[in-house]
Design a protein around this ligand. Structure first.
Ligand code: SF4
Ligand code: SF4
Length: 218
C-alpha cells in the first residue's frame, strides 16, 4: 500500500497518464463549503479527503455530440462516456491501494469547471468555461470523491489569460456575455434553436465559445 500522500499522488498521476487521461487535478473538499449541500463532495462520500477531477481533450468536437436512443429513453454524450470509464479505472486503482472513492454523478453533482479551478487545473475565463494551458476550453470534465489523502492543488480564482482579450464575448452569437456575466437563458435559447444535426439521433450544441478561445492553440 502507498502510504505517503506525495507518493500516492505521484503514482496516481502516472497511472492517469498511462491510461490516456489528458488532465488530472486534486481539490480540497473543504473548499466546496460555499456550495449548496447537493453540490459538495460530502454528499457523495462521507469523509472525502480529496476530489479527483479528470479532463478529456476534445481534439475533435464530434466528441461533444449528444445522441438519443428513443427506444431506451437514454441519452449518450460521447466524451462523458469516455470520462466515466476512466473514472471507474481510477476508482479501482485507489481501491487496490486501500481507499474508497465515489464517482460523482453528472447531475446533481459538483460544478465541474469550478472544481477544476479549485484543483488548480486552470481558471474560469470570460467564456464562463475552464481554461487550461494545453487545451484551452476544449475539454470535458468528470470527478470522483475519494478517501485517499492526495496532495490537493492550489485554487486559481482569476484568469490572467483574459485580461486583454474579448474574443469569446464578441464571438457569441447570443450575446450571452454582453452584460459582464454569463446569460444562461440567452445561451440555451440560441443553442436549442441552432442544434447541429449530425444524424437523426445525434446533435452538437453551439461550441463557439469553446472553439474561439486562443489559449492552447499555439
Ligand atoms: S477567448 Fe479570450 S477572453 Fe475569452 S476565455 Fe479565451 S482568453 Fe478569455
Ligand atoms: S454556447 Fe454559443 S450561445 Fe452559448 S455562450 Fe457559448 S458561444 Fe454563446
Amino acid at each position: 500500500m502507498l502510504i505517503k500522500n506525495g507518493e500516492l499522488t505521484r503514482e496516481l498521476i502516472n497511472y492517469c497518464d498511462n491510461i490516456g487521461i489528458d488532465l488530472v487535478g486534486f481539490a480540497n473538499p473543504e473548499l466546496f463549503a460555499k456550495y449548496q449541500l447537493d453540490n459538495r463532495p460530502s454528499s457523495f462520500l462521507e469523509i472525502p479527503k480529496s476530489v479527483v477531477i479528470i479532463g478529456l481533450y476534445l481534439y475533435d468536437l464530434i466528441l461533444d455530440a449528444w445522441s438519443k436512443d428513443e427506444n431506451k429513453y437514454m441519452n449518450y454524450h460521447y466524451a462523458d462516456s469516455i470520462l466515466v470509464n476512466q473514472c471507474h479505472k481510477i476508482k479501482n486503482y485507489l481501491a487496490k491501494n486501500g481507499f474508497k472513492s465515489k464517482i460523482i454523478p453528472y447531475k446533481p453533482g459538483l460544478f465541474l469547471k469550478e472544481a477544476a479551478a479549485l484543483a488548480g487545473i486552470g481558471p474560469i475565463g470570460k467564456n464562463n468555461l475552464l481554461i487550461t494551458a494545453k487545451y484551452g476550453s476544449q475539454v470535458r470534465l468528470r470527478a470522483l470523491a475519494t478517501e485517499a489523502p492526495l496532495l490537493n492543488g492550489n485554487p486559481i480564482y482569476e484568469s490572467n489569460y483574459c485580461i486583454d482579450c474579448d474574443i469569446c464575448i464578441e464571438a457569441c452569437p447570443a450575446n450571452a456575455f454582453s452584460e459582464g456575466k454569463y446569460n444562461k437563458d440567452a445561451c440555451l435559447a440560441y443553442c436549442l434553436a441552432n442544434l447541429k444535426k449530425l444524424s437523426d439521433n445525434t446533435v452538437l450544441w453551439c461550441n463557439i465559445c469553446i472553439e474561439c478561445c486562443p489559449i492552447g492553440k499555439d
